[in-house]
Design a protein around this ligand. Structure first.
Ligand code: FO1
Length: 315
């Protein structure tokens, strides 16, 4: 009886996901995660956003970076460096164990959905976490220096090259996760929450999967998004920089405009209350609240506020 689906990328969106898991039961909430950031590295398949969700919900995420594990050790990276291996993408020892487990299950023929469920179970996570698709989709960033795989742009080049677009390699033949499609057909489903993740690189790969927008439309549920931009700045990552480089204003209204017709309601921070009128004019209901989530209390409060906002929107 899924009541709510949350679409999320990595660190920013996962904060809200954690808040939602404190209110909604595992039967009521389905967490669908971007896999456009995934890549093949050192013979392993790395799924940064899935792993951020896993580590966060298991209570073992690194609190400083948001990605990777807390109390991590780096012996393998140190040894790899001495051997002349590639170390620009930092994989801690405990994190590596998870990538090895994933690789092993892949070689045995398990799907990413099955592997993610197995890992979540081992980490004592009860809420269902599904990759957006079992088919590989790889985000390519179109930059002034040419096209680059996402992690090369993000980590190796520290988001420095100016961007002018994105390509989601593999998306045309990628089928959305069957668990996600089934959740959209559940008559109990009331709400889709687009978490405060980067719309271009974390949410678009999910929404652009063939058939997904149709599934959302057919379900006739309330669709809400939370702005990842507060006071013109991104809460985390390169969203503000990307908006500017794409010739858009770095503010919450550009995010609402980007999602467009799919949205019924949009959540903005109190700092951006002056943008409310402009966003309402585009036909969206707007809810203004405190969206910066530092403590667990902040996360739960925002999650509660969003559920109340959704309950007040009659479709
Ligand atoms: N981000 C970095 O900025 N540097 C890293 O070395 C790095 C390693 C890493 C390892 C595992 C993992 O799951 C995530 C990791 N990330 C790293 C974060 C990640 O690549 C990005 O934050 C996401 O892809 C953006 O959502």
């Amino acid at each position: 009886m899924t009541r709510c689906i949350a679409l999320t990328g990595g660190v920013g969106g996962t904060k809200l996901v954690l808040g939602l898991t404190q209110i909604l039961s595992p039967e009521e909430l389905l967490i669908a995660v971007n896999t456009g950031d995934d890549f093949e590295h050192l013979g392993l398949t790395i799924c940064p956003d899935i792993d951020t969700v896993l580590y966060t919900l298991a209570g073992i995420a690194n609190p400083d970076t948001g990605w990777g594990r807390a109390q991590e050790s780096w012996k393998t990276m140190e040894t790899l460096e001495r051997l002349g291996g590639e170390t620009w993408f930092r994989l801690g020892d405990q994190d590596l164990a998870l990538h090895l487990a994933r690789r092993h299950q892949m070689t045995l023929g398990a799907t990413l959905t099955e592997i993610t469920a197995n890992l979540a179970k081992k980490l004592n996570i009860r809420h269902p976490i599904v990759p957006m698709s079992d088919h590989p989709v790889r985000t390519m960033v179109l930059t002034e220096e040419g096209e680059m795989p996402f992690q090369e742009y993000f980590v190796k080049n520290r988001c420095l090259p100016a961007i002018n677009g994105f390509r989601f390699a593999g998306i045309k033949s990628a089928i959305p996760s069957s668990k996600l499609l089934r959740a959209f057909e559940d008559p109990a489903l009331e709400l889709l929450i687009i978490c405060p993740s980067n719309p271009f690189i974390s949410i678009d790969p999910i929404l652009k999967l063939p058939g997904l927008k149709k599934a959302i439309e057919n379900s006739q549920i309330c669709v809400l998004a939370v702005s990842p931009i507060v006071g013109g700045q991104a809460l985390k990552g390169p969203t503000a920089k990307m908006l500017k480089e794409l010739g858009l204003k770095s503010d919450a209204s550009s995010i609402a405009q980007h999602y467009g017709k799919i949205l019924d309601g949009f959540v903005i921070d109190t700092k951006d209350s002056s943008l409310g009128k402009q966003i309402r004019k585009k036909g969206h209901k707007v809810f203004v609240t405190q969206t910066i989530m530092k403590s667990l209390d902040d996360k739960v409060t925002l999650a509660n506020d969003i559920l109340d906002f959704a309950a007040g929107i009659s479709l």
